[in-house]
Design a protein around this ligand. Structure first.
Ligand SMILES: CC(C)(COP(=O)(O)OP(=O)(O)OC[C@H]1O[C@@H](n2cnc3c(N)ncnc32)[C@H](O)[C@@H]1OP(=O)(O)O)[C@@H](O)C(=O)NCCC(=O)NCCS
Length: 183
């Protein structure tokens, strides 16, 4: 799942997520801005390690680190529920390091993730986003995702059930398919 690494964006690169990255992922969840919309995934590094091992063994999942040009880990992006028959997957992203939010890096990382997914042979990415998450909605629109549906009571949150938008983005053909067409 880690072929063709790193995937370079304009300002970030996607690399395989290593066990040594996991304490940062756990640390980001101390930030209520992360957990409010992205949820809490790990109580501690041991839980994160169990998740990481499960991802490595699962052909329907991929988890990548988002790094700056200087190599600093600032977020993570995941493909989940990869469906190799329908050639689609759900994408999840966090810019966990708050100092790096709102600078176009989330958009850049999503564009890089879309290239990664296309090169795996996928044709479509989708995501679900809390209707109140203005920053994420703008980021996803800027990265080429379009709203497809409003999911009523789509997710349970501390404050009750909330609506989510389902957003989709079609992917360009993978590099190998382009080569096959154009010779
Ligand atoms: C949502 C998230 C991934 C977006 O990444 P980001 O790097 O902060 O976003 P970008 O800077 O690439 O934003 C792109 C667009 O969103 C806008 N935006 C970014 N932060 C914003 C904010 N706080 N309020 C309003 N708009 C915002 C930018 O202005 C830009 O819009 P434009 O292209 O129209 O100018 C990131 O902020 C994050 O991880 N937040 C915390 C957890 C979370 O909400 N995860 C998503 C769960 S679905």
């Amino acid at each position: 799942m880690a072929s063709g690494m790193p995937i370079r964006g304009r300002r970030v690169a996607l690399t395989p997520l290593a066990p040594s990255d996991l304490p940062w992922l756990v640390g980001w969840e101390a930030d209520p801005e992360v957990t409010r919309f992205a949820g809490r995934r790990f109580r501690d590094t041991a839980e994160a390690l169990a998740w990481w091992r499960a991802v490595q063994a699962d052909p329907r999942r991929a988890a990548l680190a988002i790094r700056t040009a200087a190599g600093r880990l600032i977020g993570d992006v995941e493909l989940v529920e990869i469906n190799w028959v329908r050639r689609e997957a759900e994408v999840r992203i966090r810019i966990g390091d708050r100092a790096h939010r709102g600078q176009g890096l989330g958009r850049d990382a999503l564009e890089a993730a879309a290239r990664y997914a296309a090169d795996l042979g996928l044709r479509q990415l989708f995501l679900r986003v809390d209707v109140r998450n203005v920053a994420a909605l703008r980021c996803y629109r800027a990265a080429g995702f379009h709203r497809r549906a409003r999911l009523r009571a789509g997710r349970r949150r501390a404050e009750g059930v909330v609506d989510m938008y389902l957003m989709v983005r079609l992917l360009p053909p993978a590099a190998r398919e382009r080569r096959a067409v154009h010779g």
